[in-house]
Design a protein around this ligand. Structure first.
Ligand code: SAT
Ligand code: MN
Length: 587
């Protein structure tokens, strides 16, 4: 399929190591993909769902020990340990290659090697980047088909001479968690992943390339790879303002990206367009503004909690050509179900572990909390007309956010870019099921990039500050939001979901110079009256509460930030200065 010697030589070398029975190049044609899904079905890896209700859809179950990303087994293998930084696991590349080399040796014996050329970003765009993933998993092939632009066209994008592609090697091996490794080699443009068959560990175009490797490339090439959704907010005059937002995994990026405006805005003609739900590649455009592209081609969304009310557009996106992973199989009509889909769990069903399930056992969940759908972006009813625009969309605002039961107010704006970088760098969130480990623990997750930054986080903050200097007065405004404040009983106070648009409206108006603000120690906040609550059953006083900044809690926050910053040997001075200023403002 290609004459590119760099590609062919690399594959030859890997073949010698892993010793496949057969090599199949993925050309991206419909016949080939159909044949591969039929083989998967025959092998019991995929279960075909109801062809009338869910045409082209399949269910897949992973092994019970393989249901999320494994951050403690994810490594940045930079030559110099200092380039990896204090927030990543470092492994000497020589040792990593040696250890994984042993595991990969003959790992493909008796298996087929699929060669997946794929493109992150639009085909034909000078900003796009090509990767090649070698895998023994048909499930990976079929998911990569949904998540990326793949096949022959990706090789054409690379061209016959170029060496600029990310070399991804994956093997399912025995799915042995003791021997599971996800290794990034930023200086070699390489990723090696073994002993997993779950999402972010094996769909190498996603977190491994489009964030870890790409963030490193971005630092060297003057752009940014961020864990951000992109959405467009269209006003009744037809003008669209774009915002990006960084939240940790499973904190509602997909929901915000596809939100349906509440009635008060819908009736006036407001619309929301989804450009992306997880990853943004950001560059300074010819006009000096910041422009965002979604390098992906599909959504790998969390299923539980997704329903017609929480995210109608995501649910619609999963109605055809979608792969469901670790959800419930409804035996009555051969469809799928998960907690939070509706109030009628199927009585005759199979749970995510493959066991009979009757929907009545309140204790055992039918779907895994991190069960997922892989759906084509083009299925989304509100996909932006700019989705395929290689130039991307101009960004007016960057929003940070996390899950905080207390402390962080509903929304505030940073005083300027530098302060905004401080706000992003000190982001914290309560952990979710998207990664292995305890759920509900507060952890610092700068820019939601803690598990995804491919180099030293201190240098990453420096890169953010640098980008701000280049953008000057054309820089997007930076905000922080928190939809997750709870009352004394632990109930969420803010309604969330589509109503988050009420907060976005203040943000967009601020960017346009149309909304006022109050100055607080942490940043600019709306006047409570400036958040439109028409049609909600909360009062202005509730909004005032949601916006409150409790100095006691914030002093505790300061202590947490100091402790976090103390980890960094390479922390930009500007951020220490911002910390000192915050301390001063809090008194
Ligand atoms: O598993 S993924 O990394 O692809 C999804 C996520 O954790 O955000
Ligand atoms: Mn994510």
């Amino acid at each position: 399929m290609t004459q590119n010697k760099n590609v062919l030589n690399w594959i030859e070398k890997i073949k010698e190591l892993v010793n496949p029975d057969k090599v199949v190049w993925i050309d991206g044609s419909e016949e080939q993909l159909k044949a591969i899904s039929a083989e998967s079905e025959a092998a019991g890896e995929l279960h075909r769902l109801n062809e009338e209700l869910l045409p082209g859809c399949f269910l897949h179950r992973t092994k019970a020990n393989d249901v999320a990303r494994v951050e403690h087994r994810t490594f940045i293998c930079s030559r110099d340990k200092n380039d990896c930084g204090p927030t990543n696991n470092w492994w000497d590349p020589k040792e990593a290659y040696a250890t994984l080399g042993e595991l990969f040796k003959n790992s493909y014996a008796g298996r087929t090697m699929y060669v997946i050329p794929y493109c992150m970003g639009q085909i034909g765009s000078e900003f796009s980047k090509v990767g090649i993933e070698l895998t023994d998993s048909r499930y990976v092939v079929l998911n990569m088909d949904i998540m990326t632009r793949m096949g022959r066209k990706a090789l054409e994008q690379l061209g016959g001479e170029s060496d600029d592609f990310v070399r991804g090697l994956h093997c399912t091996a025995d799915i042995d968690e003791e021997k599971r490794y996800i290794c990034q080699f930023p200086e070699d443009n390489a990723i090696w992943s073994i002993n997993s068959a779950y999402g972010g560990n094996v769909l190498l175009g996603k977190k491994c390339f489009a964030l870890r490797i790409a963030s490193y490339q971005g630092k060297n090439e003057g752009w940014m790879a961020e864990h951000m959704l992109i959405l467009g907010l269209e006003n009744p005059q037809g003008e669209v303002n774009y915002v990006t937002a960084a939240f940790p995994s499973a904190c509602g990026k997909t929901n915000l990206a596809m939100l349906i405006p509440p009635e008060v805005y819908k009736k006036q003609g407001y619309k929301v367009w989804c450009v992306g739900d997880d990853i943004s590649w950001l560059r300074i455009g010819p006009d000096g503004r910041l422009w965002a592209v979604n390098p992906e081609n599909g959504f790998f969304g969390v299923a539980p909690g997704t329903n017609a009310k929480s995210n109608f557009n995501a649910l619609e996106s999963t109605k055809k050509d979608t792969i469901f992973t670790n959800v419930v199989l409804n035996l009555d009509n051969n469809t799928v179900w998960w907690e939070g889909l509706d109030k009628n769990p199927p009585k005759k069903a199979i749970d995510w572990l493959g066991q009979p399930w009757d929907g009545s056992t309140a204790s055992a969940k039918g779907a895994h909390p991190n069960s997922r759908f892989t759906a084509p972006a083009k299925n989304c009813p509100c996909i932006s007309p700019e989705f395929d625009n290689p130039a991307g969309v101009p960004v007016s605002a960057i929003i940070f956010g996390g899950r905080r039961a207390k402390t962080a107010p509903l929304v505030y704006q940073s005083f300027d870019w530098q302060h905004g970088v401080f706000v992003g760098s000190t982001m914290a969130s309560e952990t979710t099921a998207a990664a292995a480990g305890a759920v509900g623990v507060v952890r610092r997750d700068p820019m939601a990039m803690l598990p995804f930054c491919g180099y030293h986080m201190g240098d990453y903050f420096g890169h953010w500050l640098e980008m701000g200097k280049k953008l000057g007065d054309k820089a997007p405004k930076i905000f922080n939001v928190n939809w997750f404040r709870t009352d004394d009983k632990g109930n969420f106070i803010w309604p969330g979901f589509g109503d988050n648009m009420r907060v976005l409206m203040w943000i967009v108006d601020r960017c346009a110079g149309k909304a006022g603000a109050l100055e607080t120690p942490v940043g600019y906040e709306p006047e409570p009256e400036d958040i439109n609550i028409e049609g909600l059953d909360i009062t202005v006083d509730t909004v005032r509460d949601l916006l409150s900044v409790d100095p006691e809690l914030w002093r505790a926050e300061l202590a947490g930030i100091k402790e976090f910053y103390a980890k960094f040997d390479r922390l930009p001075e500007e951020l220490r200065a911002e910390l000192a200023k915050l301390e001063e403002r809090l008194g």
